[in-house]
Design a protein around this ligand. Sequence first.
Ligand SMILES: C[S@@+](CC[C@H](N)C(=O)[O-])C[C@H]1O[C@@H](n2cnc3c(N)ncnc32)[C@H](O)[C@@H]1O
Length: 325
Amino acid sequence: MHNIGVTVNIHGNSSTRSHETKLTAKPFIKWAGGKTQLLEELEARLPKAIADKKTIESYIEPFVGGGALFFFLKREYTVKKAYLCDINREVIIGYKVIQNNPKELINQLEVLQDEYINRNKDERKDYFYMIRDKYNSQVQRFNFDEYNEDWIKRASYLIFLNKTCFNGLFRQNKNGKFNVPHGRYKKPNICDRDNIMEVNKALKNTEVFYGDFTETKDFIQENSLVYFDPPYRPINATSSFTGYSKEGFDDNDQKRLAAFFKSMNAKGAYLILSNSDPRNHNQFDDYFDKLYEGFNIERIKANRHINCYGNKRGQINELIIRNYW
Ligand SMILES: C[S@@+](CC[C@H](N)C(=O)[O-])C[C@H]1O[C@@H](n2cnc3c(N)ncnc32)[C@H](O)[C@@H]1O
């Protein structure tokens, strides 16, 4: 447990003070489709055995992105072991660098922060595009396969761009290039030293890897808790580009995921999946109802951007599908 306070030692004597303090780690990056607004609803739907004991033996997130639920669970529960996966190499670099070289990352971010903050409006804009160009031109010859020193600089660019771009989101175009324009935050917190050190602590006993969601297969066992948060199904069925990766996520992927969900159900794991409800746009659309027929399908209200340009907010339905009641 992470609570400050009295712990019971093996002799049942409760006078020993724990030096452990409560974790405060939160996502180190703002991610499109991040689930911060859904946390209460997700927590209310955790398996009873987990909610009662406040302990998760094994947690798996095959589409981790910014990891809103992972960090929430690390703050509020004891998570003994976790496996985080995503097909976006850049976000995985971020996690791995915070796991392995948090202090070096902080040093690099401090340099970027000083250089940016001390410039006037126009100079900041030029600086942003200079970093964005560097970041994008590195892609062709960057070694994404093996952890090395260059990952630290790349992670610092990722966080810098995320904190200073328009809307603070990370998006890539079809060629894998970061294409969000400059934002105008007065005092962006580019180097959040405390949170980086907290995220480093939260990533203890955690394996982070790049790959397709099916790569998590061998880690999912009986009683594991698995949270699936795949890219939303586009309203326009002809477009599968989601801005997360060059590959996109089309109806064939949704079917692959449903098949995976069923085979992990057979293993006896607890499964929770969220998705946008296509009935927000067409009340007769039963795509997911058919795909997950027989499972526990709920529609809940969530605050979210309603259209893909992100300039309209409102309450829409979100789907939460579980293999338990
Ligand atoms: C809706 S976002 C997850 C957001 C996350 N729950 C959060 O709180 O930030 C979906 C994620 O799935 C990833 N993704 C897309 N296709 C994938 C695939 N085939 N396998 C694994 N991850 C994939 C994207 O890169 C993206 O990070």
